[in-house]
Design a protein. Sequence first.
Length: 377
Amino acid sequence: MLTIQLVGCRVTAGADLMSDTKYLFKRDETWWVKVAVPRSLRDTLGCDLRRSLKTRDLETARAARQDVVDEFRRKIQQTREHQANQTTCSDSLDLPPGTGFEIVTRENFSDVTFLLEVSAPMLAQAAQPGQFVIVILHTHGERIPLTIADFDRKAGTITLVIQAVGKSTLEMQQRCQPGSRLYSVAGPMGFPSHLGTKKVVCVGGGLGVAPIFPQLRAFKESGAYVIGVVGFRNKDLIFWEDRFNQYCDELIICTDDGSVGIKGRVTLGVEAALEKHADVDRVVAIGPPIMMKACAETTRPFNVEMVVSMNPIVVDGTGMCGGCRVIVGDETKFACVDGPEFDGHKVDFDDLMSRLGRFRKQESQAMDAWKVTAGAT
Ligand SMILES: Cc1cc2nc3c(=O)[nH]c(=O)nc-3n(C[C@H](O)[C@H](O)[C@H](O)COP(=O)(O)OP(=O)(O)OC[C@H]3O[C@@H](n4cnc5c(N)ncnc54)[C@H](O)[C@@H]3O)c2cc1C
Ligand code: FES
């Protein structure tokens, strides 16, 4: 008869091993020892951390189990150290002069949002409001689309404002300092914003506050009456108020906690602006999809043109991969080559939000793997 006696099963060994599995069980007259760490950790470290042993003696089995656990711990530690060293060498941002794109300034707006001014003279010459670039941090980096939040043709720089939300943006937050170099910055991509309006409301919320700035400035320089509406969680997170004031005929600040300006979401500011100015001919909104959707619904009854800047998952940025597909009215469009700006009253925001969540599992695996190898906190 087969008898199986479990002595220890799914024992959590501590943060370094995450949750390992250590089985010790008896089948017939033989003690079996099985030790394994989770597949995700094995894949990340690239070593086989599974072992299966059998013995007739319980004490020998217990000792063997402990030996294997100790051996795995040593191996994990060594592999982490080795990979961390490799990361420092090959993923360096310390590129030789003449290669990459030098970061000339860094400013932190909050614990998650920061600004990088990057030397890219040709890009700065060509950039127009509403366009974006694709950044690769280092040789092993992924492609990250980022809006050109500002550009200075004379200084030959472009400005990026980044919110650290996942593996790559957190890595940028940790590692990008003045003097270091981004491996690649490609662009400018997408169509520039269409100007040609007399009175415009420019709305920026969350991530959209910085990218709305060059548009708002361009509207002002083209002679339009500009009303800025910007939203922050609280007054400590407000940035660029002076810049906005310089180019806005009216600036409405909204804060979630009411510490400055209107208490509540940017839609309240949009509503106030539209009620005060019946002759507004366009509203432009940039920010999280849920915010742009709310702006579209707020403006619909006012019968005003509504433009939103879409932020779907962008991979190649050339219209080839289809990753950035968005539904606008009855049509399927690619944000990277047809946009990123579209008619906000026609965009299917629910589809956009569901597509943005498609890779959540892989994104969280990438983050875990990076934390393990880079020792990030
Ligand atoms: C045209 C455009 C302009 C953008 N401008 C800015 C900007 O100025 N500042 C800024 O901070 N962010 C901007 N984004 C969003 C930024 O690209 C993502 O936050 C970033 O790619 C996340 O990568 P991650 O590895 O840090 O996070 P991940 O953990 O990989 O992803 C976090 C979330 O970001 C989104 N995301 C992931 N990969 C991509 C991708 N390749 N393309 C688009 N979204 C992605 C998904 O919703 C995902 O759930 C822009 C996106 C687009 C499409
Ligand atoms: S990002 Fe590939 S088609 Fe737009």
